[in-house]
Design a binder for this molecule. Structure first.
Ligand code: NAP
Length: 267
């Protein structure tokens, strides 16, 4: 563990963080840069990713930003090519881009939005994996971390069937590919970040009780009112750890005791 705790555990590595313009992705980009990785941040809001990359460069890190829509295959290919041109081929992929919509009962939410949600949260992550995996296999090294959610466990998040299904599917991508990639030098894991104070949570609290139902409304308003939302730090540190180790095939929840101890070990 001590070899991971020093600065520079990721020296010479190139990381791509999808959805890196704000929230969890932004914190992950910062944490990876602090450990020595050259970091590319991608999302649709170019001003946000430009701003994150600019701040990292100002702090003395190697960073760039790329326009990226994970639901568009051409955009994913272009982004990965641009990162290769600007920083080098991607060694570390953090599949963090995600949307929580559509929220509401299945028969009330828009059918196209339901499919788009899966296309971003699940298929989008697989698209990004497909784009970087050949290079990782060629070099015999790669680290992939999928941003999961507590919504992937048990019955999932109320009023969020698309999100829950997409994240549960993403956990299966992690488990299935870990098996397929065993012995290749490419490791793949998932992280459940807890309930984190980001614009996604703001959006979830902005919806009326009649749309999301009492269970959802009370849970997320309650957490906010009691000051129980967490910061992105533990998830970001856990992702640094997974990018620096040869663990594979696990989806870890930052709230689990064992995982907390792991994170404390590198903090
Ligand atoms: P956020 O603040 O809304 O950030 C989401 C990021 O994903 C943004 O940068 C967004 O940028 C990007 N994104 C969305 N659709 C995209 C697309 N089609 N292509 C590329 N980028 C896209 O949310 P967050 O809370 O930081 O969430 C980050 C991840 O953590 C998500 O996967 C989320 O499901 C997961 N998570 C969050 C929580 C929580 O409590 N916050 C809990 C569990 C899991 P653009 O819109 O500009 O593209």
């Amino acid at each position: 563990m001590s070899s991971l705790s020093g600065m520079g555990a990721l020296d010479g590595r190139v990381a791509l963080v999808t959805g890196g313009g704000r929230g969890l992705g932004r914190a992950v980009a910062q944490a990876l840069a602090e450990r020595g990785a050259a970091v590319a941040v991608g999302a649709r809001s170019t001003e946000e990713v430009d701003s994150v990359a600019g701040e990292l460069r100002e702090a003395g890190y190697s960073a760039t930003s790329v326009p990226l829509d994970v639901s568009d295959p051409a955009s994913v290919e272009n982004a990965v090519r641009r990162v290769a041109d600007e920083l080098g081929t991607v060694d570390i992929l953090v599949n963090n881009a995600g949307v929580v919509w559509p929220l509401g009962m299945l028969l009330k939410v828009d059918a196209d939005e339901w499919e788009q949600s899966i296309d971003i949260n699940l298929t989008g992550a697989v698209r990004c994996i497909r784009a970087v995996l050949p290079g990782m296999l060629e070099r015999g090294f790669g680290r992939i971390v999928n941003m999961s959610s507590g919504a992937a466990a048990g019955p999932g998040m109320p009023a969020a069937s698309a999100y829950s299904v997409g994240k549960a599917g993403l956990d299966m991508v992690t488990a299935n590919l870990a098996d397929e990639l065993s012995g290749s030098g490419v490791c793949i894991n998932g992280v459940r970040p807890g309930v984190v104070d980001t614009s996604m949570q703001d959006y979830m609290r902005s919806l009326p009780r009649e749309q999301v139902g009492a269970a959802f409304y009370n849970k997320f308003h309650g957490l906010h009112e009691r000051g129980e939302l967490s910061g992105p730090g533990p998830a970001a540190q856990l992702i640094v750890l997974l990018a620096s180790s040869d663990r594979t095939g696990q989806t870890l929840d930052v709230r689990d005791e064992e995982t907390k101890q792991l994170i404390d070990g590198i903090a």
